[in-house]
Design a protein around this ligand. Sequence first.
Ligand code: SER
Length: 608
Amino acid sequence: MKAHQLREQFINFFVTKHGHKRINGASLIPENDPTVLFTTAGMHPLVPYLLGEKHPQGTRLVDVQKCVRTDDIDEVGDTRHLTFFEMMGNWSLGDYFKEDAVKMSYEFLTAPVENGGIGLDPKRLSVSCFEGDKDAPKDEEAASTWESLGFRRAKDGEPLAGGLIYFYGKKENWWGPAGQTGPCGPDTEMFYDTGKDKCSQCDAKGVSCDCGKFVEIWNDVFMQYEKQEDGNFKPLAQQNVDTGLGFERALAILNGVETPFETELFIDALKKIRELSGLKNESEFAESQRIIADHIRAATFILGDPYGIAPSNTDQGYVLRRLIRRAIRHGKKIGIKESFTAEVAKIYIEYYKNVYPELDQFAEKIVNELEKEEEKFSKTILQGEKEFEKLLPNLMRGKNPMLPGRVAFKLYDTYGFPIEMTQELAKENGISVDMEEYEKAFEKHQELSRAGAEKKFAGGLADHSEQTTKLHTATHLLHEALRKVLGTHVEQKGSNITVDRLRFDFSHPDKMTDEQIKQVEDIVNEQIKRELDVTCEEMSLEEARKHGAMGLFESKYGETVKVYKIGDFSIEVCGGPHVKNTRELGGFKIQKEQSSSSGIRRIKGIIG
Ligand code: SER
C-alpha cells in the first residue's frame, strides 16, 4: 500500500462508514499551549474541545497530524523511534465511547482493503488494557469489548501470542496529559505480531516487551479525566475518545518490511545518504544512516512550519539545532565530506510537498537554514579536531592512553566540541576518555555558570525594590503577550529595569502597528485582572524545556534552573524576583515601541 493510499483509506473509513468530519492537521508548533514545545500527538490541537468547548465540525473528527517527539532523541537510530512522525487519529468529543471506539479500530485493522480497512490478520493482533489503580478502575468495558471480538484474557504465565488481552498499569496503559495538566485517561493499545522470533523476555512481559516482535500500532485513549496542577485526576464532564495510529509503522507493516526506514518515506533519502557517503548498502553503519534520515526529515518539517522556527539556543530552535548537529555528526562518521543536510532535505521536500505544501512554500528557507547551521557547526568541529590532534602525540606515549576528563571538557567549553565527538576521535585512536573527570568538570562549570547567570540577571535589574520586582513580572507578561500577538519567533534579546520603567528588547522584523500594541497591552492587563499567582519551581534545564519554559540565558545542558510560572499564562526560566500575584501590578501601559537594532525591537513600559 502506498503512503497516500493509507492516509486516504483511514480518513475515508471514518468519514464514510462512521460519520466523522475530516479536519486539517495543525501546525507542529502548538498554538495555545506553553507547556510543550511541539505538537506531540493528534489530540494536542484538540485539547479545548476535549475539555468541553464545542468544535465547529461536530463531535466526530478524523485527521492526519504531523508530530514531533524528542524525549527519546537518543534512542533514534534503533529501528522504531522517529522524532518526526504522522499520526492518524479519530476523535469522539462526548459522542461514542469505549465499545464503539474499540469496534471501529478493530474493523479498520482487519476489514479487507476493498471494504475500507487495511486487512491485517486478526490472529496476529493482541491488545492491552488498563489494570486499574487508585485514580481509575480496571478497564472492564474495553476488555469485554475485545472479548466480544474474539480475544481472550492472557492467563498468568501464558506464552506471548496473538488474540490475547493483557492488563498493565499507568506506565503502559494511560495516556496524557500532553503537558503538565489537561485531559488524559486509560487507554487500550493494539499490537501486531511482526513474525520475528521471540526474545527471552517476551513470554514474561507480554505485548509490553519492546524487542520488536509485537509492535504497537494503535492507541485508543479514553479521555475521561483532567489532570490538575496538584496531581489529582478530576473526572471530565464529557467522555472523549482520542486515538492515534502510527502512520509510519502501519505503512511498514502493510508493506511487509520490518521498519519505517524501508518504506517509500525514507528510501530516496537513504539512497542519497549512501551516495554522498560512499556506503554500499543499508546495513553498513545502519544506525548512522537512520539517524541522519530521521533527523533531517524532522528538521525539514520544523523549518517548514509556518511558525518560523530557526536553529537557536532556546526552545524549539534548540531542539532543531540538536537534530541538525546530531545528523551532521553521523554524516561525518560515515564519511560524508561535503555539506549534505540540505541535499537530503530537498528529497523530503519533493516527496512530501503534495501532502504538506508548506514544505514547498518554505523550501528556500529550509535549505538556507540548514546550510547556515551546517557551516557554523563545521567550523566548530574543525577547530575541535585540530585541538584534539595537537594533544595526540603526548597522549600516545603512555601504555593505556587516556584523555583526561578536564581536557575533554576544555574542548567542549572553549571550542564547543561535543563530547561525543571527542569520544569518537579518541576511540579511533585507541584512547579512552576519563568520563568521570569530564562529568565532574562539567558539574563544576554548571555551578559557576549558575552563579554567573544570577549575577548577569541582577545586572539587568537596577535594584530589588518592590517597584522593580513588579516591573520584572510585567516583563514576563509582556514577553508572552508579544509571542501571542506577533508569533513565537519573538525571543527576548535584552531586558533592563529601573524603578520607573521596564525596557524589553525582542526579535521581530517589523514595526508594531498601533493595533498590535493595543492588543499586547490588553493581554497583559487581562492577566493582571485575572489575579494570577506567580509560582517558582527548580528543575533541570531539560525538564524546563520539556515544560515549554522560555529561556533567558544560554544555559548549559543538565543545569538546574528556576522556572517561574504566572498562572497558566507564562512559564519562563529566570532568576527572579517576582511578585506573588499579578494583581500587585495594578495595570500596564506601553510608552514606546522603537527599533533597537536590525531585526530587534524595543519596548518601554510602565505599570501602576
Ligand atoms: N494521544 C494518544 C497518543 O498519542 C492517542 O492519539 O498515543
